[in-house]
Design a protein around this ligand. Sequence first.
Ligand SMILES: NC(=O)c1ccc[n+]([C@@H]2O[C@H](COP(=O)([O-])OP(=O)(O)OC[C@H]3O[C@@H](n4cnc5c(N)ncnc54)[C@H](OP(=O)(O)O)[C@@H]3O)[C@@H](O)[C@H]2O)c1
Length: 183
Amino acid sequence: MIKRNKVFIAVSLDGFIADKNGGIDWLTETPNPEQSDLGYANFSANIDAIVMGRNTFETVCGFDMDWPYTIPVFVLSNSLTKVPVEYAGKAFVVNGPLTEVIAKIHTLGHGQLYMDGGGTVQGFLKEDLIDDLILTQIPVVLGEGIPLFKAMSKRLDFELVKTETFIGELVQSHYQRKAVPIN
Ligand SMILES: NC(=O)c1ccc[n+]([C@@H]2O[C@H](COP(=O)([O-])OP(=O)(O)OC[C@H]3O[C@@H](n4cnc5c(N)ncnc54)[C@H](OP(=O)(O)O)[C@@H]3O)[C@@H](O)[C@H]2O)c1
């Protein structure tokens, strides 16, 4: 089983994933007449499950559309014990040490994981558990909002895999964690 923890997320030029009210309208304001999926289908072709923070889960639940995922979604939360009944069988609450959360998801047969949500990504980065960071930069400086990154005590080195430009405006950079030298 291939095991990889991946982030695929859109950020403002100043590093926010949502505005100060949690709003994400600015993500989709760039004209996209041909409805490019901004690389999402290619990315999700190699994803077995999603690990999502409770805030992002609630954002997705609030979208005016059907549940958008066909793979299991594991919702990180210390405040929920289970997801609302309409998401039963599709989304599952998980918590505990992140290495144990990942190990449990692996035992269920899901190796390639998509980590989503600011606090969630920060938690996995803090434990050096992210292998791929795919960041799509939206050309806006929000000034304030929900940050993708927060202070960490440890430095993590990544290397560029590729860069793509979508709809002439959005730069998507794929970085992977550099191998950590064994001393
Ligand atoms: N720009 C983009 O592409 C993008 C992508 C995704 C989300 N967003 C936006 O980002 C915002 C959400 O981000 P966010 O930073 O607020 O948070 P988030 O990661 O979605 O959710 C944070 C919550 O997840 C739970 N959680 C996170 N790590 C945990 C852990 N290790 N153990 C247990 N529970 C854990 C906690 O829930 P409890 O409080 O229940 O314990 C925490 O309060 C939303 O506005 C969303 O729309 C934007």
